[in-house]
Design a protein around this ligand. Structure first.
Ligand code: UT7
Length: 330
């Protein structure tokens, strides 16, 4: 069976670092509260003239360079995001143009913080059927542009950046395949109001009233979301491992979506991931939504901490609600 093997990874984040101490000057918060409740110390924030493609394009170039593959060989560009450069055209087409992917299909995918896992699963379908041989999957966000910087409940949580992977289809004998082994995806739109951007779409187009009502800002019901996140990430991780014919103990690296250190720890305990095998960088980047897993993956990969044959588990949860997991043999 054909599998999508990850042959290149890349990431790019804004230069500007916003610390908890900086936030103390903006809203009524403290470094102690943020660190204790979320595990975040600092996050990267885009300049006013930067947008999603400012990070998505360099992340994509880095992944292609590592893979040694020119843009012209890419068959599909998928960009997972809820903060595109503009509502349309899709930011993936801007990436496609700037990396010289001159014969590629390109589209964006909106599944909130689960976007990267959803995009991997979509890529897997293209690769397994033989429709595509090489796919660039990008997860990127510039959440700082939709955050209400007067709302301490949300503005301390999020950060900007992008990560990318190049997937190449490979055929190998059963049991020796490297690449995507299995994915599991879910959604529950009845819980849409837990994490949302209410305005700016056809339901509440931007107007003086929507702006005055703050509908142009991200809204999140944090504690309700927290409880569902822990259970859902644990369950979907189980399902993806079962589909891949693997057990918890087989996981070398658990790379979860980085929303909150307490969610990551609670899920790690439920999954019985051995000590030191869960990757955490929420302290340095905050919650970068669809970018968090590919950024974590690229950091681990470039540090030489992933060996051929290692089993990686990616799990995420976010707006929609959506949740999903993917298992990869490196
Ligand atoms: O990315 C995917 C989707 N998102 C998530 O998965 C995020 C899930 N949720 C969370 O990570 C946590 O719920 C938060 C970090 C958002 C909040 O932590 P919490 O422990 O659930 O706190 P809480 O919302 O229950 O608030 C506790 C208190 C409140 O004060 P009162 O009402 O108890 O007096 C808040 O007003 O903490 C207060 N608070 C703050 N205090 C200082 C909220 N934000 C802040 C702040 N600084 N920045």
């Amino acid at each position: 069976m054909k599998r999508g093997r990850i042959v290149g990874t890349g990431m790019s984040v804004p230069e500007k670092v916003l610390t908890n101490a900086d936030l103390e000057k903006i809203v009524d918060t403290t470094d102690e509260w943020i660190l204790a409740r979320t595990g975040i110390r600092e996050r990267r924030i885009a300049r006013p003239d930067e947008c999603l493609s400012s990070f998505a394009v360099p992340a994509s170039r880095a992944a292609l360079e590592m893979a040694g593959i020119p843009g012209s060989e890419v068959d599909v560009v998928i960009c997972a995001t809820v903060t595109p450069d503009q509502p349309f055209p899709a930011t993936s087409t801007r990436i496609q143009d700037q990396i010289g992917a001159n014969r590629a299909a390109a589209f964006d995918l909106a599944a909130g913080c689960t976007g990267f896992v959803y995009a991997l699963s979509v890529a897997e379908q293209f690769l397994q059927t033989g429709w595509a041989k090489t796919i660039l999957v990008v997860g990127g966000e510039v959440l700082s542009k939709i955050v209400d910087w007067t709302d301490r409940n949300t503005c301390v949580l999020f950060g900007d950046g992008a990560g990318a992977v190049v997937l190449r289809s490979e055929e190998a004998p059963e049991g020796t395949e490297r690449g995507l082994l299995g994915t599991a995806l879910r959604s529950d739109g009845s819980l849409a109001s837990l994490v949302e951007l209410p305005g700016g779409g056809s339901r509440a187009p931007h107007s003086v009233a929507t702006l005055e009502g703050g509908l142009n800002f991200l809204k999140m019901k944090g504690s309700e979301t927290f409880k569902i996140a822990v259970r859902s990430i644990a369950e979907i991780s189980d399902e993806a491992l079962t589909r891949s014919g693997l057990r918890h103990q087989d996981v070398t690296w658990f790379i979860p979506h980085q929303a909150n250190r307490r969610i990551i720890d609670a899920v790690g305990q439920r999954l019985e991931v051995p000590e030191g095998h869960t990757y955490v960088n929420v302290d340095r980047f905050g919650n970068t939504s669809a970018a968090s897993i590919p950024i974590g993956l690229d950091e681990l990969n470039r540090a030489g901490r992933i060996q051929p044959g290692d089993i990686l588990l990616f799990s995420a949860f976010g707006a929609g609600l959506t949740w999903g997991a993917a298992v990869v043999r490196w």
